[in-house]
Design a protein around this ligand. Sequence first.
Ligand code: NAG
Ligand code: NAG
Ligand code: NAG
Ligand code: NAG
Length: 184
Amino acid sequence: MGRIVYKYVIFIFFSLLILNSFFIIAHSKNLDEKKPCKRFVLYYHDILFNGTNGANATSATVANRTKLGNFNHGMLVVFDDPMTTDHHLLSPPVARAQGFYFYDMKTTYNAWFSYTLIFNSTEHKGTINIMGADLMGEETRDLSIVGGTGDFFMARGIVAIRTDIAQGDYYFRLEMDIKLYECY
Ligand SMILES: *[C@@H]1O[C@H](CO)[C@@H](O)[C@H](O)[C@H]1NC(C)=O
Ligand SMILES: *[C@@H]1O[C@H](CO)[C@@H](O)[C@H](O)[C@H]1NC(C)=O
Ligand SMILES: *[C@@H]1O[C@H](CO)[C@@H](O)[C@H](O)[C@H]1NC(C)=O
Ligand SMILES: *[C@@H]1O[C@H](CO)[C@@H](O)[C@H](O)[C@H]1NC(C)=O
């Protein structure tokens, strides 16, 4: 009796071991950072409401900076920004970026972004959800694509952002290099 149980335990042990190695193989597919399954570049235009530019503003401060340091710490901005395929603010938008950013560092400008790219055109319908730290001292910063819907069902990837231009406090433009590594 004990012998049979022993064999049985050994059998289960090896079965689990084999299953486990299959699992590891299935999940160790080599993702090559240089080979996204889908890639496109869009420009993000943010015009901050300053009290008089209501006709053009696309974002507004909803919580003002705190007195911690001199780098806008605590300032929270909610935006509904147009996304275009070229640099021009007035080009027809191909998507909207809706979400927020806030400044979170005491000793330099750093922000944290969380937003959805919303596509509603004949070309694309769906959303891409993005979040991450904007370490503004770096030339390009990587944000995470954490999911998607519609044409971007279950998307995952990286958005490399670069400040294309910053005009005072009221307008800045980001280049967003959108790279998906999971496409369905
Ligand atoms: C707000 O920004 C606009 C440019 O978009 C500028 O013409 C205007 O003078 C600014 N208003 C204030 C109060 O700074
Ligand atoms: C809105 O933008 C247009 C085009 O850039 C500009 O002519 C106009 O003065 C702006 N209006 C405000 C209120 O800033
Ligand atoms: C935010 O606070 C600054 C002073 O730190 C002030 O100059 C500015 O007008 C405030 N902005 C808003 C939108 O309340
Ligand atoms: C998407 O576009 C269609 C056609 O222009 C419009 O009827 C619909 O309301 C839009 N949906 C959203 C969520 O903006």
